[in-house]
Design a protein around this ligand. Structure first.
Ligand code: SF4
Length: 229
């Protein structure tokens, strides 16, 4: 066990076991969905001594302002760690085309499989082009996600390239879930209130209406204010 801080100015009080880094691998590409989910993954990889590059490709996120906020939060933390951050494309039209007909699917359903497939396929392509032998993702970090569903998509994407593997490490285990919360609080990460797509926003607001809670603002200005203050 080690209590070494993952980076100098952000000590962690929670113990961290050495990561079981696949043999012979020196660097990894991380597909990131947002700062709250990827922060601890980034810190764990940095602490392991593995080289890290972050790839942000999430055209599912709606609206654009919300997308920019999530991306900016992630960039801010990558800068703090000195980790290269690659800003993937924002092509929501392609995302909507991919999930067409699945608008009424619940979260964790068939639409989410296609959404994960799209993002991880692009990450796998980028990893391959950049000569990475290993890539992973923060998509399964949240307890609201089905990790097996994400891992299946990751392995399917990696299988397109003979020299690429998907690292299906469970980032929640060995205290990862607790450190994720600790780090998000300490860094004051913007906390999104729905998964990302317009359909998840619709469903989150429906649940809120049913329980008499205020609906989520998605107009941009309010979210920007919240992220900046
Ligand atoms: S609910 Fe989340 S994972 Fe599912 S399709 Fe929407 S953005 Fe993608």
């Amino acid at each position: 066990m080690t209590t070494d801080p993952p980076f100098p100015d952000c000590p962690t009080a929670l113990e961290r076991r050495p990561l079981p880094v696949p043999k012979g691998v020196e660097r990894v590409l991380l597909h990131s969905c947002c700062a709250p989910c990827s922060g601890e993954v980034m810190a764990a990889i940095c602490a392991s001594g593995l080289g890290l590059m972050v790839y942000f490709y999430n055209p599912n996120i709606h609206p654009r302002d919300e997308y920019e906020i999530r991306k900016r939060e992630n960039m801010r933390f990558a800068d703090k760690l000195g980790v290269p951050f690659v800003d993937g494309d924002y092509d929501p039209d392609n995302w909507f085309a991919r999930v067409k007909g699945l608008e009424q699917e619940p979260e964790r359903g068939a639409r989410c499989t296609l959404c994960f497939d799209m993002r991880l396929e692009r990450a796998a392509l980028f990893a391959h082009d950049m000569g990475f032998a290993l890539f992973t993702s923060s998509l399964g970090v949240s307890r609201w996600k089905n990790m097996d569903q994400v891992n299946d998509c990751g392995h399917r994407a990696a299988a397109r390239y003979p020299d690429l593997q998907y690292w299906d490490y469970n980032w929640r285990k060995d205290g990862g879930a607790d450190r994720r919360i600790e780090l998000a609080k300490r860094e004051g990460f913007y906390q999104q209130e729905y998964c990302g797509c317009v359909f998840s926003l619709r469903d989150a607001n429906q649940r809120r209406r049913e329980s008499g809670r205020a609906t989520i603002e998605s107009g941009g200005a309010a979210l920007m204010d919240k992220a900046e203050n």
